[in-house]
Design a protein around this ligand. Structure first.
Ligand SMILES: *[C@@H]1O[C@H](CO)[C@@H](O)[C@H](O)[C@H]1NC(C)=O
Ligand SMILES: *[C@@H]1O[C@H](CO)[C@@H](O)[C@H](O)[C@H]1NC(C)=O
Ligand SMILES: *[C@@H]1O[C@H](CO)[C@@H](O)[C@H](O)[C@H]1NC(C)=O
Length: 350
């Protein structure tokens, strides 16, 4: 009986102790979750329950994350920092968050990622950096992320991706790079991405793809290249995808519809593992007389001009040859005639 009296008091005392740990701008539930969203924070809250696993700091006015910013909540699994005004993240800011699974830094003002930004995040599965101001990805940008499955870099200003930028991400399954400013895909940029299943590159300025750049992507199931600046492609670029099956999206590119393009697509469509899902939506931007036509509707005619040219050349050659033979024959006959006439004259004379 006495114990029953004591129990609520204990619970209350316990609640008080962790309430004491919870910053006044935040709402802490149990000891595991702290909700500090929309609290006009310009600095990180000082007091949080040390066992917090889920920390929501979204929609505040944070501008800077110092080194070891979360050292007092080192059991964090989910950390939401999206919709702030963060422009600088110190090296080791997230060290030592060894349990962290999800980090959301989207909708901030990050223009660059410091060298040690990923230190101590070896268990991270999902990193969201979309809607920032990143312009380039260096070879050190994503070091230490040994467990990463999903990386969202969409809606930045990325135009430069260094060859080893994704070099440590051999576990990565989904890479979102849509709506950036990438112009070429150079050999080597995807080298280590052997687990990658989904690659979103739509809405960039890609006009050139190196022939071997896709070769390492042996798990790729979806490649989205819609809304870029491709006017032509090489058959081998896509043939080099040694996957079980890959969906490829290519619409809203300024295709140059000629016989070469028609041939490339005819060959690609015959490769069973490559699925050109939006082939029927591809439209021509060039040459001017085909602008706006669907490739699918003109592809039968694209090689006609070429065939006519070939035909004309063949016929011309044939006519020349025949003419030459006829001429030669005629000359021979004339010469023969001269010879017989001459011979009879001679015999007549004698
Ligand atoms: C965000 O930070 C910049 C300086 O980095 C400042 O000029 C701007 O007013 C801040 N915006 C908000 C909404 O706090
Ligand atoms: C990636 O970020 C964009 C922009 O914030 C968002 O619309 C999209 O849903 C995100 N995708 C994933 C899979 O996280
Ligand atoms: C082709 O375009 C139409 C109209 O814009 C759209 O509804 C359809 O989903 C597109 N097909 C594919 C495979 O993208």
């Amino acid at each position: 009986m006495r114990l029953l009296w004591v129990l609520p008091l204990l619970v209350e005392a316990h609640n008080k102790s962790f309430m004491h740990h919870c910053a006044k701008e935040c709402a802490c539930q149990e000891e595991l979750s702290a909700n500090c969203t929309q609290a006009s924070l310009t600095e990180l809250p000082k007091h949080l329950p040390p066992l917090t696993e889920h920390l929501d700091l979204s929609q505040n006015q944070l501008t800077h994350l110092p080194r070891r910013a979360f050292v007092n909540t080192r059991h964090l699994k989910v950390l939401l920092l999206n919709n702030n005004n963060i422009s600088t993240v110190a090296d080791g800011a997230f060290s030592p968050l060894e349990s962290l699974l999800r980090l959301d830094l989207s909708r901030n003002r990050l223009a660059a990622l410091s060298k040690g930004f990923t230190l101590g995040m070896g268990s991270l599965r999902e990193l969201l950096l979309s809607e920032n101001q990143l312009t380039s990805l260096d070879s050190h940008s994503f070091q230490h992320l040994d467990s990463l499955l999903r990386l969202n870099l969409s809606h930045n200003f990325i135009h430069l991706v260094q060859v080893r930028a994704f070099g440590c991400l051999s576990t990565l399954r989904q890479l979102y790079l849509e709506n950036n400013r990438i112009q070429t895909l150079s050999n080597g940029v995807f080298t280590m991405l052997k687990s990658l299943e989904v690659l979103h590159l739509q809405g960039n300025n890609i006009s050139y793809i190196d022939i071997d750049v896709l070769t390492p992507l042996t798990s790729l199931a979806l490649l989205n290249l819609a809304c870029n600046q491709l006017s032509s492609i090489h058959f081998k670029t896509f043939l080099s995808l040694q996957t079980y099956s890959t969906h490829i999206l290519l619409e809203h590119n300024p295709w140059y519809c000629d016989c070469d393009l028609q041939r490339v697509f005819r060959k690609l469509r015959n490769v069973r593992r490559l699925l050109l899902d939006d082939y029927e939506n591809l439209s021509c931007a060039e040459p001017p007389e085909l602008k706006g036509y669907l490739l699918n509707n003109v592809d039968a005619e694209l090689c006609i001009a070429e065939m006519v040219t070939v035909l004309i050349i063949t016929v011309t050659v044939l006519i020349t040859v025949v003419a030459a033979i006829v001429m030669a024959e005629r000359k021979r006959k004339i010469r023969e005639k001269h010879w017989t006439d001459g011979a009879s004259e001679v015999s007549y004379d004698s």
